[in-house]
Design a binder for this molecule. Structure first.
Ligand SMILES: [Zn+2]
Length: 206
């Protein structure tokens, strides 16, 4: 749902910018929407997912902006709000599994405040037709509210989201069955790449 999350971030920026968001504000929203999933190479849906921490931090940044009108505080508030919505959306999707149609995982997102995982509600899962429809709807809303500055990015993200949904099952087929979720597969690829680089460096040293 990476395209969906980035579109939600754009929409947060559009709303916070009163329908006329600046470039940095849009970037903050997009980065905030993407940020939690960078933990794909760590403990996915745990290391950078904070369903309580991000909303609290976003509220504090919003208060700081209201008190000071500092542009940096608004950027921080938008980034944190987008990351908050991402972390709160994930429990409505599938679990950690790579093939969500198998319903293998009961872990949707880790709640650090409660010290436990939220289970997946499976309303819309990654790359499903519902996810594609959500992408298109969010892109339409962002484009309608944000105007020409947002439209090309929103349309491109919707295009990527729909294309991704069309090949989602085939992408999962390319990954060996032994990998139950994407995160360990990515870590496996990174480790293999690192070993190859070290091997090559070692040969140069000889
Ligand atoms: Zn996520």
């Amino acid at each position: 749902m990476v395209f969906t999350h980035v579109l939600v971030g754009l929409l947060v920026a559009v709303v916070a910018g009163g329908g006329a968001p600046s470039g940095p504000l849009l970037l903050a929203g997009a980065v905030g929407g993407l940020l939690p999933d960078l933990d794909m190479v760590a403990a996915h849906r745990r290391t950078l997912h904070f369903p309580v921490g991000y909303p609290a931090a976003a509220a504090l940044a919003g208060l700081a902006w209201a008190a000071t009108a500092a542009p940096a505080a608004l950027l921080a508030a938008v980034l944190l709000a987008a990351a908050a919505v991402h972390s709160l959306m994930d429990p409505f999707g599938a679990g950690l599994e790579l093939r969500p149609w198998n319903r293998d995982s009961q872990r949707a997102v880790y709640n650090h405040a409660l010290g436990r995982w939220h289970r997946p509600r499976r309303v819309v899962y990654d790359g499903s037709p519902g996810d594609a429809a959500l992408c298109v709807g969010l892109a339409a809303a962002a484009a309608a509210l944000g105007g020409p500055a947002v439209r090309p990015t929103a349309v491109a993200l919707a295009g990527f989201g729909v294309s991704y949904a069309l090949v989602r099952r085939r992408l999962a087929d390319l990954i060996p069955e032994e990998f139950q979720s994407l995160s360990p597969f990515l870590k496996h690829l990174l480790a293999r790449g690192w070993r190859a680089i070290r091997g090559r460096t070692g040969k140069h040293e000889l």
